[in-house]
Design a protein around this ligand. Structure first.
Ligand code: C2E
Ligand code: MG
Ligand code: MG
Length: 726
């Protein structure tokens, strides 16, 4: 019986042992004191130790646990031995060969049949694979997380980019409208709504371009012409051109369109760009304006004038019509400029430009060519109308009264006209002819106009005019100017009163040829060279007076142009002082016409000369306009009656009347009278009877360089010197 029970027990134990030995997990039994009392053979597979080795192992299970988990595991077993169950205690096991693996332990207490505590049973499974899977999962999750954070960063970056792009698009002056392929607005920037004057906040996204336009407060200047081109996408194959949209409010907006494709080259819509170019266009217009306008007067400049002249001549050629070119400049402008300064000169030019601009019609071109030179181009005009226009212009300028620094100034002009094709068949010649006509007007005494006359002009003369300046300059620099002297005699006793000094220029190529002042003085007056000539004559005369103390006074001619130089009286005073010459030995002759052209200046000039102590006479009296009216205002000592009234005096009763009148008036004003160009005895006698004080003329003597009185005086003086030195 016992045998049977023992056998049964043995069988049962064998069965359990078999189950325990061959269970998948490693099973062990730890007694309440913590000692290993049984372990199944799976331990060999799992740990590499045999059960026997384990049972003999001191400090089990520490040697079978990786160092990192050993202390924790021992503590956990101790805690487990105090009772209770435990599950899934994870630890790293260490095999006999030192390798590690992941294990998980479950435990429960063991009791005998009477409830006596026998320790704990621990089951250990290899969870390396699970752990590996978990680790991989964790890595994957970590990677995922990394990926996500990268994505987040991309997103943030993309958002930043977007914000920057939006800021950029918002800040741009270019209006942007993106319309999708299905004709819906996808994007607009603030400039777009601004340019199209769409109320802020108006919903545009998702609407059609036409609906968007309907919300605009803009009106097109030419709706019927431009309306259909605004926001109309180009058709297949149509060239994309920019459109300039003229708004009714004056703005100019450019429209450009671009097709937009996705990365695969499929069309996704159109990008419309709008730019308000009003300001740029105005600047461009301004530049064009500056390029073809005279900055001072706002008139067309020479550049534009030349273009217009070429165009008008070409037109006239085609239509067999005429073009008139009017050239004018201001007489004595240089004087105003020099005396009152450039501000006065500029103001005067502006004033003249304004006056004449009012006389010029739309199809005529009025230009300032530089300095005080102006030109007017008139297409298709009759000679009669041309005369009216020329008269109107010279008259309008003569009427200009100009106040400067409390002084009233006035101007005259000389105007020349040449007509295509009557006088020239090309623009250069036309300009040259108009210029010549202008000089013809000046020669006629200024404040006049002339239509070009070929009989008064030869190319030879024109070339001459061009070269006169050079010749004068050359003569001054190379001692080719000469002086001649003509005596002025008292009418009653025919005694020599003084000499008039007359300048001559010796020819450059043949110094024996004398060029008379009538030929070069007008040229010198035009060019301003006259100032140099006058100074030279003054210096020479004063030196002569200094060298020849016994000679009578010398009368020097001073051009009215020298008023341009307010310093001249001072110059004369300095020279007189420098050479120690008594001022009353020098007389100055001013031509009446130039003196009268500006009364105030003539007065000032004469006054200044008087202060110096020089005598002053008014030359060529009677040739100017209203001579008598001015005479009382000019503090001259004498009046020289122009040769025009003297030459044929005995036969001209009008001239006799005139000369008598002059004598009466001059006497009344305490001025002496001199008659020039006395060519015969009869005239001389007549003049004496009229009461003329002095006479001068070929009858008495011709101007000459070696006047015996002067030569004798010089010889006399030399003798004196010799005497003094011997
Ligand atoms: P003007 O001052 O009236 O000089 C008188 C002109 O008449 C001189 O001509 C003289 O030679 C000329 N003449 C004198 N007697 C007779 C005569 O009996 N019959 C004729 N037909 N003519 C006579 P010229 O020397 O050719 O001078 C012409 C003008 O040139 C002068 O007229 C004067 O206005 C100007 N001129 C001459 N020398 C100078 C000068 O040094 N400086 C300036 N600024 N002008 C001068
Ligand atoms: Mg004279
Ligand atoms: Mg004279």
């Amino acid at each position: 019986m016992l045998q049977g029970r023992i056998r049964a027990l043995a069988e049962s134990e064998a069965k359990f042992t078999a189950i325990a030995d061959y269970s998948y997990d490693c099973e062990c039994w730890i007694n309440p004191e913590g000692g290993l009392i049984w372990i199944n053979p799976r331990v060999l597979d799992m740990f590499g130790y045999t059960p026997e080795e384990c049972l003999a192992m001191p400090g089990f299970p520490a040697p079978c646990v990786a160092e990192i988990d050993a202390a924790r595991t021992v503590r956990q077993i101790r805690r487990a031995l105090r009772g209770g169950t435990g599950q899934d205690y994870e630890f790293r096991g260490r095999r006999k060969d030192g390798s590690e693996f992941w294990g998980a332990a479950d435990w429960r207490p063991i009791y005998d049949s009477r409830g006596g505590y026998l320790g704990i049973r621990i089951s250990i499974r290899d969870i390396t694979q699970r752990k590996e899977a978990e680790r991989r999962l964790e890595t994957t999750v970590a990677e995922l997380r990394d990926a996500q954070s990268v994505q987040q960063e991309y997103l943030t970056r993309a958002q930043d980019e977007h914000a920057r792009l939006s800021a950029l698009l918002a800040a741009m002056d270019t209006g942007i409208l993106f319309v999708s392929y299905d004709d819906r607005v996808v994007y607009t920037n603030p400039a777009f709504t601004r340019i199209w004057m769409i109320a802020p906040g108006t919903r545009l996204i998702g609407r059609s371009p036409q609906e968007v336009l309907a919300t605009s407060a803009c009106a097109l200047a030419r709706p019927e012409e431009q309306g259909r081109h605004v926001l109309r996408p180009p058709r297949e194959g149509e060239l994309l051109t920019a459109l300039e949209i003229q708004m009714a409010d004056g703005r100019l907006v450019t429209q450009q369109v671009h097709s937009v494709e996705d990365v695969y080259g499929r069309p996704v819509g159109h990008l419309w760009l709008f730019q308000d170019v009003t300001r740029e266009r105005q600047t461009a217009d301004q530049l064009i304006y500056l390029a073809e306008r005279d900055a001072l007067t706002g008139l067309y400049n020479r550049h534009r004038f030349n273009e217009e002249l070429a165009r008008m001549i070409a037109d006239a050629q085609r239509h067999d019509s005429r073009v008139a070119l009017l050239f004018f400049d201001l007489d004595d402008f240089k004087y105003i400029n020099d005396t009152f300064g450039h501000r006065a000169g500029d103001a005067m030019l502006i004033r003249v430009a304004g006056e004449i601009a009012g006389q010029v019609r739309r199809n005529e071109i009025f230009a300032r060519l530089g300095g005080d030179e102006f030109a007017i181009l008139v297409p298709e005009i009759s000679d009669e109308m041309l005369r009216v226009l020329a008269e109107r212009i010279t008259h309008a300028i003569a009427l200009v009264r100009f106040q400067f620094e409390g002084q009233s100034l006035r101007l005259t002009s000389s105007l020349g006209i040449a007509v295509y094709p009557d006088h020239a068949d090309n623009s250069e010649d036309l300009i040259a002819r108009a210029d010549t006509a202008m000089y013809q007007a000046k020669d006629a005494g200024k404040n006049a106009w002339r239509i070009y006359r070929s009989d008064l002009d030869t190319t030879f003369q024109m070339v001459k005019r061009l070269s006169w300046n050079d010749r004068i300059l050359h003569a001054l620099e190379n001692n080719l100017m000469d002086l001649q002297f003509q005596g002025v005699y008292a009418t009653d006793n025919r005694a020599l009163a003084h000499f008039e000094v007359l300048v001559r220029m010796r020819d450059k190529d043949d110094p024996s040829v004398l060029v008379m002042p009538g030929q070069f003085i007008p040229m010198a007056e035009k060019s301003g060279k006259i100032l140099d000539i006058d100074r030279w004559v003054l210096r020479e005369s004063i030196q002569m007076l200094a060298e020849l103390s016994g000679i009578p006074a010398l009368a020097v001619n001073i051009s009215g142009r020298s008023f341009d130089e307010p310093m001249l009286p001072q110059y004369i005073a300095e020279q007189l002082k420098h050479y120690g010459v008594a001022p009353r030995r020098l007389m100055v002759e001013l031509t009446e016409t130039s003196a009268v052209s500006d009364l105030h200046d003539a007065q000032r000039f004469i006054e200044a000369l008087h202060q110096t102590g020089c005598g002053v006479s008014l030359d060529d009296f009677g040739t100017g306009f209203s001579s008598f009216a001015y005479l009382k205002h000019l503090q001259v000592d004498s009046v020289k009656i122009d040769g025009l009234f003297i030459r044929n005096l005995p036969n001209e009763s009008d001239n006799q009347l005139f000369v008598k009148a002059i004598v009466t008036v001059a006497r009344g004003l305490h001025k002496t009278t001199i008659a020039e160009c006395v060519e015969d005895e009869e005239t001389l006698v007549m003049l004496r009877n009229f009461g003329v004080d002095c006479v001068q003329g070929y009858y008495l003597e011709k101007p000459r360089a070696d006047h015996p009185l002067l030569v004798n005086a010089s010889r006399l003086q030399h003798t004196n010197l010799e005497l003094r030195f011997s």
